[in-house]
Ligand binder design. Structure first.
Ligand code: MN
Length: 270
């Protein structure tokens, strides 16, 4: 169980992401972590792993590239990075906080199911380390507002690390596609849901063969004031607590009744 509240000045922070070791968002998060603590480590994927979800590499070896004193690249997924960091690179003294991001693009609603950024934080939580995933939403054609993430992430971390952090819970933070001065505030949110899933785009390759490409999806969603999609769309920073246990408790209760029906209890079976 994590030690709470976390003393950030004494924290050993692991920074990772899914956009890869060269991503600009990683640099932003390294600077944010560096303002909190002098003990910041980076273990990030060698190449982009967006939408890798919680994949673990099992059928080939992983190579660790030592780039700098506390900076490493792993040729695997975000989950691999966290596993390698905690069990090898930082095995002598495990991190007290894991930060993932800052992702290039939002991780809102069902994005969290696909997200490698969120998966790295999930993996940290599985291994008992408090973790926060950060994502900076893109605008369709405007610039990336990295300054927004950089401006607000330290304050959010100050607040979250003072929180009575339950075990198996991680936080998913999304910054709106706005410059810092236009951000309207912080909002505690639940995971939202879009109306339609991912779309497939048809095309033809230069050799004349047809292909399908899994494309972006519409952001159309039902408005709920506490949904992350609504909050970020309205110019707020969303902070969503996520849990590892995916069990739907209300269904479990009815399932008990449904399965109990005429079935003998296990101990009554012969
Ligand atoms: Mn990404």
């Amino acid at each position: 169980m994590p030690d709470v509240p976390i003393d950030t000045a004494m924290a050993r922070i692991l920074v990772t992401n899914d956009d890869g070791i060269h991503a600009p968002g990683l640099e932003v998060l390294e600077r944010v972590a560096g303002r909190l603590s002098g003990d910041v480590w980076v273990v990030a994927p060698e190449s982009e792993q967006s939408a890798a979800s919680h994949a673990l590499t099992l059928r080939r070896p992983l190579r660790i590239r030592h780039l700098d004193a506390r900076r490493f690249a792993v040729d695997g997924t975000p989950t691999d990075c966290v596993v390698v960091a905690l069990n090898r690179i930082m095995a002598d003294k495990r991190p007290t906080l894991v930060l993932s991001g800052i992702n290039h693009g939002g991780n809102l609603g069902e994005d969290v199911i696909y997200s490698g950024t969120v998966a790295a934080a999930l993996e940290a939580a599985l291994l008992g380390v408090p973790a926060v995933a950060f994502s900076q939403r893109r605008s369709r054609d405007g610039p990336m507002h990295w300054a927004t993430a950089e401006r607000f992430a330290p304050e959010i971390l100050d607040r979250l690390t003072a929180f009575d952090w339950p075990p198996d819970v991680l936080f998913n933070v999304n910054f709106p596609a706005l410059p810092p001065e236009e951000v309207r505030g912080l909002r505690a949110c639940h995971q939202g849901r879009r109306e339609a899933g991912v779309r497939i785009i048809d095309g033809v390759d230069p050799g004349g063969r047809p292909y399908v490409w899994i494309g972006d999806y519409s952001d159309k969603h039902s408005e709920h004031p506490e949904s992350d999609l609504t909050a970020v769309g309205d110019g707020f920073i969303s902070v969503t607590p996520l849990q590892l246990d995916l069990t739907h408790r209300p269904s479990l209760a009815s399932l008990h009744d449904l399965l109990a029906g005429d079935n003998p209890r296990p101990e009554e079976r012969t």
